[in-house]
Design a protein around this ligand. Structure first.
Ligand SMILES: *Cc1c(COP(=O)(O)O)cnc(C)c1O
Length: 429
């Protein structure tokens, strides 16, 4: 469920008319709903709390899904932790008010400088993805006089996800240490002065809409926890990653409710019963996905003999998912179509000089004209956070709505900022 709905003939974000945002901030612009973010976070946290009685589940929001400061502050205030994948994300999480003891650091290519920053900041946990990283982290910890708490991210050789580019759990993917190696690495790490291994982590992919693949991976993790304990190792933490998917393609009045989250929680509860571990979770898309839309204006209609192009002012640099993952986004006109309005099949495209800059083909929409506003729905995750300045387009603006208020939480980049940061080489100036 989300808080974008028609009211008196126009699309609103909570109690704010999207036409007002378009007018004041311009387009393209991302609009996020605080109430939707809060609702999804609470649903998720409550479901996980129900399977960890007496313990608070550790919910680390995977901030690469949406790292807007307003979104981060909203989640930090709700008590969320942050799952980060770079020094930049750690810095931004700290700036947004996530305490270091609620931050984990994942990723296959952490540099020495990034690890040193994380250790000095005093973060909760580093998710180690290779033996080389284990050695590096221990050296860094020793040098700084700290024993950094860490877990091994294991590759369970079970891949899943809505698209090949978002599968991470197969052994052919670059992520994690192998099941075979983890025993030896655990034993080696026991003698290392700069790192303390607390347990295991796993993350198999993204946009996963059924529990089967998770279940297969988590069953392997359970066996691994028991096997490592047999070998005399301590396994106190089990970080189960993110990856739960959301419905992108839904009828306008559909409320999917908490069904999938509850099924997932039930499955995790069963598989981890009696295991006596602290559970961690890293949801990203599920928390912010349908809490955001990309609002864009129609620039031109370009009719061809066989099709109609609808050229809008948003492009693949603003919303990469269709070009990158062949992703589907619902498109809602901001002016509510009157019943019986004629529909036209449009290819909706952006201004960028690439044929891949196509959001959708043959999509039935009410007849459009230049100046009309449309919204790409369910664009809150992996939207603005993946945006770029390709074609020297300005980085997209972002707005956070709360009730009847809205704030620009990222102003549109200026041309000065876009061009002024380049430097001329001395031999050409
Ligand atoms: C991207 C990522 C997540 C979040 O994935 P979602 O599909 O957005 O829930 C969680 N953990 C790790 C390690 C990730 O890389």
């Amino acid at each position: 469920m989300h808080h974008f709905a028609y009211r008196d003939g126009a699309l609103f974000a909570e109690d704010v008319d999207l036409r007002e945002i378009a007018e004041k901030v311009g387009t393209p612009v991302y609009v996020y709903s605080s109430a939707t973010i809060e609702r999804h976070y609470r649903l998720y946290e409550q479901a996980m709390a129900s399977i960890t009685p007496g313990r608070k589940p550790h919910v680390f929001y995977a901030m690469k899904a949406n790292s807007n400061l307003g979104v981060l502050k909203t989640l930090a205030a709700l008590g969320a932790g942050a799952d980060t994948v770079s020094e930049g994300e750690i810095r931004k999480a700290l700036a947004a008010g996530f305490p270091p003891e609620r931050i984990v650091f994942s990723g296959v290519g952490k540099s020495e400088g990034e690890l040193a920053f994380a250790v000095e900041a005093g973060i909760y946990q580093v998710n180690i993805e290779s033996e080389s990283e284990l050695d590096l982290l221990s050296r860094v910890g020793e040098r700084l006089g700290r024993r950094q708490e860490a877990v091994f991210r294991v590759n369970p050789d079970i891949g899943a996800g809505g698209h090949a580019k978002i599968t991470t759990g197969s052994s052919a993917n670059k992520f994690g240490v192998s099941f075979e190696d983890v025993h030896r690495l655990y034993a080696r790490a026991a003698n290392m002065a700069g790192v303390r291994i607390m347990g295991l982590a796993v993350h198999i992919g993204s946009q996963i809409r059924e529990t089967g693949a998770f279940e297969a991976a988590y069953a392997k993790m359970r066996d691994l926890v028991l096997a490592l304990r047999e070998e005399g190792h301590r396994v106190d933490r089990l970080d189960l990653g993110g990856g739960l998917g959301i419905p992108y393609e839904v009828p306008r009045d559909f409320d999917h409710g908490p069904g999938l989250i509850e099924a997932y929680a039930g499955m995790v509860g069963k598989l981890t019963a009696g295991l006596d571990v602290e559970l961690g979770f890293e949801p990203g898309r599920l928390i912010v996905g349908n809490a955001g839309i990309l609002l864009t204006r129609v620039l031109h209609l370009n009719p061809r003999p066989t099709k109609q192009f609808l050229v809008v002012d948003a492009a693949m640099n603003d919303l990469m998912r269709p070009a990158m993952y062949e992703a589907y986004h619902e498109i809602w006109p901001v002016a509510e179509p009157a019943p019986g309005t004629a529909a036209v099949a449009y290819d909706v495209v952006g201004p960028i000089c690439e044929s891949g800059d196509t959001f959708t083909t043959g999509r039935e929409l009410p007849q459009q004209k230049p100046g009309d506003l449309i919204a790409f729905m369910t664009a809150g995750a992996y939207g603005a956070s993946m945006s770029s300045t390709y074609n020297q387009r300005l980085l997209v603006a972002e707005v956070l709505v709360k009730g009847d208020q809205f704030a620009v939480t990222r102003p549109r980049q200026s041309y000065e900022e876009l061009i002024g940061t380049d430097r001329s080489p001395p031999w050409l100036s």
